[in-house]
Design a protein around this ligand. Structure first.
Ligand SMILES: NC(=O)c1ccc[n+]([C@@H]2O[C@H](COP(=O)([O-])OP(=O)(O)OC[C@H]3O[C@@H](n4cnc5c(N)ncnc54)[C@H](OP(=O)(O)O)[C@@H]3O)[C@@H](O)[C@H]2O)c1
Length: 252
C-alpha cells in the first residue's frame, strides 16, 4: 500500500465536526484522529462527546445545537481563539420516515429545522472560521436525489441541502472548498428506524474512510457506495413518465 501524504492523513489539520457524537460523525472523528488531526467535536449530547474525547485522547468536545443561533455563536467564538480551521463538516440531522399523509407535522417541522435550517446556520458560523481555501462539507443523502416513497420529510430536507451546497459552491469558491457528501445506507441509529432491506449498506467505519478519501480528492460530490448512488442518479436522469412509474412501484 502506498504511503499517504501528511495532508491526506489530516495530520495537524484543525477540523470541526458537527454531529460527531454518534454514527458516521463519530466514525469520522476516529478515522481523522488516527491520522493525527486536531479535532473539535460537536453535537447536542456533551456526555457522548466527552466519552469520545476520552477514547481519542486528543480531541476537544464543544457541545452545540445547530438549531440554536446562540449556541453556534458561542462555539464559533471558542473555535476562533485556537486559530483558523482547515475543514468544517456538518453531519447533524434527524430522521423519522413516513408517508406524507401520516407524518406528525410537529416532528416534520423539527426535522426541517435541524436538517436544513441547521445546515444553513452551521455554514454561516463555520465559513468565517476557515483558513483561505479551507474546506466546508455538508452532508446530503441519496434520499435527496429523487422523491421516493415513505422517506418524508427527511428526503425533502436532503434535497434542500444538496441545493444549498450547489449554491455555496457557486458563491464561495475558490475562497472556500465547498463539498457535498452523499452517503447511501449506513448502519447507524438513524437507519435502525427503517423497516425494509437496505441495499449495499455500509458500516460507519467504511463510510468514514470513503468520506475522507473523497474529501482528499477533487470532486465536489463525495458519493458512496457507487453501485447504489449511480443507480439512483440514473433514476433521477430518466424522464418523469418513466421515473414516476418506477418510484410508484416502491410504495408499500
Ligand atoms: N445512516 C445513513 O444511512 C445515512 C445515509 C445518508 C445520509 N446520512 C446522513 O449522514 C449524517 C449522519 O447520519 P448518521 O446515520 O450518522 O446519524 P446519527 O447516528 O443519528 O448521528 C447524527 C448526529 O447528528 C447530531 N445532531 C442531531 N441533531 C443535532 C442538532 N440539532 N445539533 C447538533 N447536532 C445534532 C447527533 O447528536 P446529538 O443527538 O447528540 O445532537 C449525532 O451526532 C446525517 O446528515 C444523515 O442525514 C446518513
Amino acid at each position: 500500500m502506498s504511503e499517504r501524504a501528511p495532508s491526506e492523513q489530516g495530520q495537524g489539520q484543525r477540523i470541526w465536526i458537527m454531529g460527531a457524537s454518534d454514527g458516521i460523525g463519530a466514525a469520522l472523528a476516529r478515522s481523522w484522529a488516527r491520522r493525527g488531526a486536531r479535532l473539535i467535536l460537536s453535537a447536542r449530547s456533551g456526555e457522548k462527546l466527552n466519552d469520545l474525547v476520552r477514547e481519542l485522547g486528543t480531541a476537544e468536545a464543544l457541545p452545540c445545537d445547530v438549531t440554536d443561533g446562540d449556541s453556534l455563536r458561542d462555539a464559533a467564538e471558542r473555535i476562533t481563539t485556537g486559530g483558523p480551521l482547515d475543514r468544517a463538516i456538518t453531519l447533524a440531522a434527524a430522521y423519522d420516515p413516513g408517508k406524507v399523509m401520516q407524518v406528525d407535522p410537529q416532528m416534520a417541522a423539527q426535522i426541517v429545522t435541524a436538517n436544513l435550517t441547521g445546515c444553513f446556520n452551521f455554514v454561516r458560523a463555520a465559513v468565517p472560521l476557515l483558513k483561505p481555501a479551507g474546506q466546508l462539507a455538508l452532508t446530503g443523502s441519496v434520499a435527496g436525489y429523487v422523491g421516493l416513497p415513505q422517506g418524508q420529510i427527511y428526503s425533502a430536507t436532503k434535497a434542500g441541502v444538496i441545493n444549498l451546497a450547489e449554491t455555496l459552491r457557486a458563491e464561495l469558491a475558490p475562497a472556500v472548498d465547498v463539498r457535498l457528501i452523499s452517503p447511501g445506507f449506513v448502519d447507524t441509529r438513524l437507519t435502525q428506524k427503517n423497516d425494509f432491506d437496505m441495499p449495499a449498506i455500509l458500516q460507519p467505519d467504511a463510510a468514514a474512510e470513503a468520506i475522507i478519501r473523497g474529501l482528499n480528492g477533487r470532486g465536489f460530490e463525495v458519493h458512496f457506495p457507487r453501485r447504489l448512488t449511480l443507480a439512483i442518479k440514473l433514476l433521477r436522469a430518466l424522464p418523469y413518465p418513466l421515473s414516476l412509474r418506477l418510484t410508484r412501484r416502491l410504495v408499500r
